[in-house]
Design a protein around this ligand. Sequence first.
Ligand code: ADP
Ligand code: MG
Length: 292
Amino acid sequence: ATPTSIMVGTGRAAELGILFRKGEALQSLREADVVALDKTGTLTKGRPELTDIIVAEGFDADLVLARIASIEAFSEHPIAEAIVSAARAKNLGLTVVTNFEATPGFGVRGMVDGSDVLVGADRALLRDGIDVSAFANEAELLGNSGKSPLYAAIDGRLAAIIAVSDPVKDTTPQAVKALHDLGLKVAMITGDNRRTADAIARQLGIDEVVAEVLPDGKVDAVKRLRHGGRKVAFIGDGINDAPALSEADVGIAVGTGTDIAIESADVVLMSGDLNGVPKAIALSKTTIRNIK
Ligand code: ADP
Ligand code: MG
């Protein structure tokens, strides 16, 4: 491509709310075979809400919610906000927390009212030797409906299964369809539960799912999607998406995301609407074709 045509292409993109931070991206984007997207905050709104809390025998739902919310008040994870909001909505008082500990990709723990409280993904409890199989049926039902199951343990005993739901953005189904219409494969990369990720992927017609990825595992996920020489465009918004945005053949940040994601990307969508991705790819194809 000539410098002039790149300038025209990037100018046209800017009118569509797509910022090309690197001119080469306008050329490389047309070669993408797979578009891999982060789930939370990229495909979904990123503002989960607590929908269910089911307690084990001998536990009180409000008491469990008050304790886990007390701990989540120290976490910045969107799941934490959902749990704290739910406790506030029920006017549950939050209590003093000591020994707060957050493990990215697992969950949080701390001491509340003299009890050791742990909340997070199944692997967070399993790592502590706490069996979660008593809630296997509930986890299956919640996951199959696209909700994310979480577990709480109090003093080493399984206390509750909780679910949060993070709806897909209204614009996402159309964006996935537009990517398919361009002949691309669409993949999802997420730290969330496998069953939940599969349910959302099914709902959207997404072709490939890489689930239960630990925060530092997204780079590896991008590398694996490259099998057979495929070129991968990765779309993300979060701090833990930054390395994968750099690793991908083209990294596209959602403009509503974190600064670090934006700085690591080749392309930035000025809004949260993923329809900017197929538009950018289509533009890349026409710009380059016009020069040939
Ligand atoms: P994602 O961005 O896909 O949510 P994360 O790596 O941030 O991925 O989290 C992966 C999983 O770890 C979450 O789905 C949740 O099960 C658990 N988790 C992480 N942080 C918390 C938290 N503050 N409270 C409860 N669970 C958490
Ligand atoms: Mg995200």
